[in-house]
Design a protein around this ligand. Structure first.
Ligand code: HPA
Length: 271
């Protein structure tokens, strides 16, 4: 059933000119500007793509943009779907399946996250090495999953080692600070309590956010290599916790964005 829907979504996009993209990119909250670097862009609003989840959230523009960056064909999701908007795991990972069927062979993901590792500061970027799924479900827990790949998907190395190495080198060469750590995903939309931050740190996470992990699980299931970077927008110190300011989170993400754009553009060049 889902396969037919996917084929229709893909047919619509191909018809619009989304021709064999190599790289798929998911842009997180406050991180949408990479699309300004796309040459000869073609966009498709989520609401116009057959069977795409309907875009709702006010912070996102909600479109898929196809074009060229650093000489390579890319397809960029400007705005993603979150569980906290009321979508389910299948909805939020649907676009990953569409981009995969369009032909991408690599996936880049960005997000905004809170720093629970207090050596990390707001405005830092963190390359995700591994993750902890605290969202209480899986995008692979559905009846027809075996049609798409091995049900018991391997997650021993969910983030591509080679692209991670490349990003670390790119950061060094460009004097950009890039931390590395473990990302824990929660549903949200409420922020965490002090007790929750203590727990998240204790179980081994360096950052916490409300996205990314479902997309990464599906990409692994499709054997699609991924690299993911968090912008750390707030410091989650349970012993000195200030009320969160969502506008500050977005403004820190926006300020850090040029560095993220630099990293991604250089990585595209090297692939
Ligand atoms: N939790 C805490 N801080 C954050 C988050 C989150 O999910 N996202 C961005 N900053």
């Amino acid at each position: 059933m889902m396969k037919e829907e996917l084929l229709e979504s893909v047919a619509y996009l191909k018809n619009k000119g989304f021709d064999n993209p190599e790289i798929g990119i998911v842009l997180g909250t406050g991180l949408g500007k990479l699309v300004d670097s796309i040459e000869d862009p073609i966009d498709a609003h989520y609401n116009h793509i057959p069977f795409f989840p309907l875009a709702t959230v006010e912070f996102h523009t909600g479109k898929l943009v196809y074009g060229t960056i650093s000489g390579k064909k890319v397809v960029v999701m400007q705005g993603r779907f979150h569980l906290y908007e009321g979508y389910d795991f299948l909805d939020i990972t649907y676009p990953i399946r569409v981009m995969h069927m369009l032909g991408i062979t690599k996936l880049f993901i960005s997000n905004a996250a809170g720093a629970v590792n207090l050596d990390f500061k707001k405005g830092d970027m963190m390359l995700i090495e591994d993750h902890i799924n605290l969202q209480g479900g899986s995008p692979l827990a559905f009846k027809g999953v075996s049609e798409f790949g091995e049900r018991f998907a391997d997650m021993s190395e969910p983030y591509d080692v080679d692209m991670r190495k490349k990003l670390i080198d790119i950061a060094k060469e460009n004097d950009i600070s890039l931390k590395q750590g473990v990302y824990a995903s929660v549903v949200g939309p409420q922020l965490e309590t002090r007790a929750e931050y203590r727990m998240i740190k204790l179980i081994g996470a360096d950052a916490v956010g409300m996205s990314t992990v479902p997309e990464v699980i599906v990409a692994n299931h499709l054997s699609l290599p991924i690299v993911a970077v968090s912008v750390l927008t707030d410091e989650c110190d349970p012993d000195n916790l200030k009320p969160v300011d969502i506008n500050e989170i977005i403004s820190i993400a926006e300020k850090t964005e040029p560095k993220m754009v630099k990293l991604f553009k250089e990585l595209i060049k090297q692939l």
